[in-house]
Design a protein around this ligand. Sequence first.
Ligand SMILES: NC(=O)c1ccc[n+]([C@@H]2O[C@H](COP(=O)([O-])OP(=O)(O)OC[C@H]3O[C@@H](n4cnc5c(N)ncnc54)[C@H](OP(=O)(O)O)[C@@H]3O)[C@@H](O)[C@H]2O)c1
Length: 338
Amino acid sequence: MTETGNRRYLLRSRPSGRVTVENFTVVSEALPELGEGEALVRVLYLSIDPTNRIWMTDMEQYMPPVALGDVMRGAGIGTVTASRSSRYPVGAIVSGLLGWQEYALVREGDPAAPGLLPPHLPVSLSAMLGVCGLTGVTAYFGLLDIGKPKPGDTVVVSAAAGAVGSIVGQIAKIEGCRAVGIAGGTAKCAWLLELGFDAAIDYKAPDWREALAAATPAGIDVYFENVGGEIGAAAFERLAMHARVVLCGFIANYNDGARADTNLTPLLMKRARAEGFIVSDYGPRWNEAVRALAGWVAAGKLLHRETIVDGLDRCVDALNMLFDGANTGKVVVKVAER
Ligand SMILES: NC(=O)c1ccc[n+]([C@@H]2O[C@H](COP(=O)([O-])OP(=O)(O)OC[C@H]3O[C@@H](n4cnc5c(N)ncnc54)[C@H](OP(=O)(O)O)[C@@H]3O)[C@@H](O)[C@H]2O)c1
């Protein structure tokens, strides 16, 4: 970081397959002069999310794709370092779409302007992007609002040792359900059992389909879909009568643009329902989720892990970790010290 310059990652080309640094132009620009109502935010942490990969494409999506030449979109947390805005006093901590850059210019009144975080946070700054941020809120509303679990239900979640999945399984347990996680590798599966999951299926083991069947003898009442592909297809085959499928994400398809090829027949035969959701639609109820999540963290009922990657220049590596399964829990990039 420089005192006067702002290092920024501008999207140069739309990736095909894995994201590379060649997809970006890295520039160092002078810090902008502030106009009335504007503030300068130093980015502290960036949230690294599978949706970053989607935003880099021009596929149909829930927000406009990042335009070529624009700074890469990314959620983050930062601190106000200069201000001509009464809404954003110097020293305030903000959370929002700050972008892959060292400093973000924010304008009060802009519909996309970041929100202010309260002075006393229930968890660390980085965890305000994870368990008490976008990740936790996704797990909360996806499971409770869309999945509608009932005590005794069998809840299965894919990418279970990831940011969203690890929270989904623990909320399922809090709700009195049986939680089954699907994840890659024995270490991740061992961690899921430590978290209180009733069973963990290692989809890299040759007999994982049999293990999924054994762990769901009465079928799956709620399937929380994070992955798609073969894992999603196998879960659909085990749906119970009147099951609910929460369509949260299809990470197996993001790098190659493949379409989900899940056989929908089990939905019909089991009179089941599948529903997609986008967490930002829950903006008006955001604080309800954060309060509940923070309460469970404080009570020791909700554990979380982070994979913290150091330095703005590691954003591409950090994003690829999600597709390599190199992360456990939430991935954040630390851009600067508070
Ligand atoms: N709808 C919404 O509003 C919303 C909001 C946030 C996130 N999401 C979605 O939620 C899902 C999880 O996001 P996250 O941020 O929590 O990421 P994450 O689960 O922390 O990281 C992604 C994980 O996915 C697994 N994975 C990657 N490629 C895979 C493949 N080809 N097959 C099987 N597993 C694969 C890897 O775990 P393994 O080592 O176990 O393979 C990896 O650790 C994503 O689909 C994301 O798009 C949706």
